[in-house]
Unconditional design. Sequence first.
Length: 158
Amino acid sequence: MAIKPKRSWTEKLHNAKGLPKVVKIEGKMSKRWGTGTCAIPSPMEVNDLMAKVPKGKLITINDIRAAVAKKHKATIGCPITSGIFSWISAYAADEQLAQGKKKVTPYWRTLRTGGVVNEKYPGSLEFQKKFLEREGHQVTKKGKKYVVVDYEKKRAKI
């Protein structure tokens, strides 16, 4: 029996899984997110938002969520899938860099809430810090985390 090969990050990025879609907020979700609707993006939708961020600018996962909600006329953008799909986008870009591609989604420009560099993205925090500093950002260490100084002033409109 043949073993099915593992899908690459780029293949995962292009697997839409029937998304995007908008669902009603109900059940356990309503306790945390209130009422209304939740837009669940596709992986490529998140990737495309991340790819739009120009050199010298930054976004956060919450910016992605807001853009997804606005696009789909929903109350909120899904916090779970937005985070997961940004992670898939980052790993697909890292995979493409390893293949020698020069133009990839600049995932290091997508930060966590509070301007925190995302430790779950590929490469080390030092790797992302190096890319951010090359683009003119000041990055400081706070405990185990790296934070971009004055990131709010450099936010991109997506």
